[in-house]
Design a protein around this ligand. Structure first.
Ligand SMILES: Cc1cc2nc3c(=O)[nH]c(=O)nc-3n(C[C@H](O)[C@H](O)[C@H](O)COP(=O)(O)OP(=O)(O)OC[C@H]3O[C@@H](n4cnc5c(N)ncnc54)[C@H](O)[C@@H]3O)c2cc1C
Ligand code: SF4
Length: 340
């Protein structure tokens, strides 16, 4: 049985109090929200914080406010996101992504903030301590070699969050707070293409809110490839959003890939190809080719590498056809238990 290491526990009641504790404790402290990723990681000794600062009792992080856009507190559980009629109706891609994270039990505990800050994953890393010790560990934790790319000085572990690509496609911004004050940045800029240092968040910063712009005129969708349709981490995620004119012309578009790099990958070239055109089969095929060219998955997640790359354009095609208004229920059901 894998046991948790010893740690001290703080349960602050406000963001300001949490920020003070994190600042005082320094880098040996970690934030914990639902704990659905961090606790298993601690059992496997991926992270061994001496102090945990829980965000579960911070009411400010539970905000769900609809004004000029939508504000989501980082402490909202994924179930709360999925149960929001507003998210379901207006931010469909986010709803579809959140609904496909893990299982119902895990979504009841797991938060949107924890999902956005999810650790990167790799076949050589998401293993028990003993397993990792048997291969002399790896660059990401306790070792010196990357077993996926042995010549690489950089860890290429995979960004495996479902909601981040969907949020980025929707134009989300992230708010961070610390004792030094608050700052806001485009969510896309929160990520780095580095499997170890994958977030541009300082250790003393708390993700407090995710802010989405108004959804009027926009349609969005999220398609997820995984081994089991019931639950599994993504091995490919395709998030797409488009603002369509009344005649169906694409005024603006964003396409973001998940699980193909250490960060979500925004494919601006594909969006540019779609702008000013209706979503015809030819326009969709051209955009899908442009996206597939950017997908360079590594052999460190589930399913065959070549096949994962090969199906990228199919998935982009499904996403864009769904934005066009095609009924893809039958195709959805090949990859997920629900029609979504
Ligand atoms: C069996 C299983 C299947 C899973 N399947 C999926 C899946 O399909 N898709 C998927 O995306 N995830 C999956 N997960 C991972 C996880 O359940 C979710 O990503 C969940 O949303 C994580 O949220 P949490 O609140 O539990 O995060 P925690 O485990 O509490 O934290 C995760 C990380 O985020 C940091 N963090 C949390 N909140 C904040 C904050 N407000 N500010 C700054 N840092 C913060 C923590 O320090 C930690 O590094 C799965 C997990 C398990 C165990
Ligand atoms: S990509 Fe390399 S360094 Fe990173 S977790 Fe995997 S084996 Fe380790």
């Amino acid at each position: 049985m894998m046991r948790l290491p010893w740690f001290r526990w703080h349960a602050p009641r406000s963001v300001a109090e949490a920020a003070r504790i994190v600042a005082a404790e320094g880098p040996q402290a970690m934030l914990i929200a639902g704990g659905t990723d961090l606790v298993p990681n601690m059992k496997r000794r991926h992270q061994t914080p001496q102090t945990l600062v829980s965000l579960r009792r911070v009411p400010e992080l539970k905000r769900l406010a609809n004004g000029a856009g939508l504000t989501l507190g980082a402490g909202l559980t994924l179930t709360e996101i999925v149960e929001s009629g507003l998210v379901r109706e207006q931010y469909r891609g986010l709803w579809q992504a959140a609904a496909q994270v893990a299982t119902g039990h895990l979504r009841n505990m797991g938060t949107i903030g924890g999902n956005v800050c999810l650790d990167t994953r790799c076949t050589y890393y998401n293993q028990s301590y003993e397993w990792r010790k048997a291969i002399d560990f790896c660059l990401k934790k306790d070792g010196e070699t990357c077993w996926v790319a042995t010549a690489s000085k950089r860890c290429v572990a995979v960004s495996s969050t479902d909601t981040a690509p969907a949020l980025i496609a929707l134009g989300a911004r992230a708010k961070l707070a610390s004792t030094a004050g608050e700052r806001e940045l485009a969510l896309a800029d929160l990520y780095r293409n580095d499997g170890i240092d994958y977030l541009a968040r300082r250790a003393d910063e708390i993700l407090t809110e995710i802010v989405l712009p108004e959804a009027a005129g926009w349609r969005s969708t999220y398609w997820k490839l995984r081994r089991r349709g019931s639950f599994d981490f993504p091995v490919l995620g395709v998030a797409a959003a488009a603002k369509l004119a009344p005649d169906g012309t694409v005024e603006e578009a964003r396409i973001v890939l998940g699980a193909v790099a250490s960060r979500p990958v925004v494919v601006e070239k594909a969006a540019a190809l779609l702008r000013g055109k209706p979503l015809t089969d030819d326009a969709i095929a051209a955009a899908a080719d442009a996206v597939a060219a950017r997908a360079k998955p590594m052999d460190n997640t589930d399913l065959d590498l070549y096949w994962r790359k090969e199906v990228t354009d199919d998935f982009v095609g499904y996403a864009l056809r769904e934005l066009r208004g095609d009924d893809l229920t039958a195709t959805r059901l090949r990859f997920a238990r629900q029609a979504l």
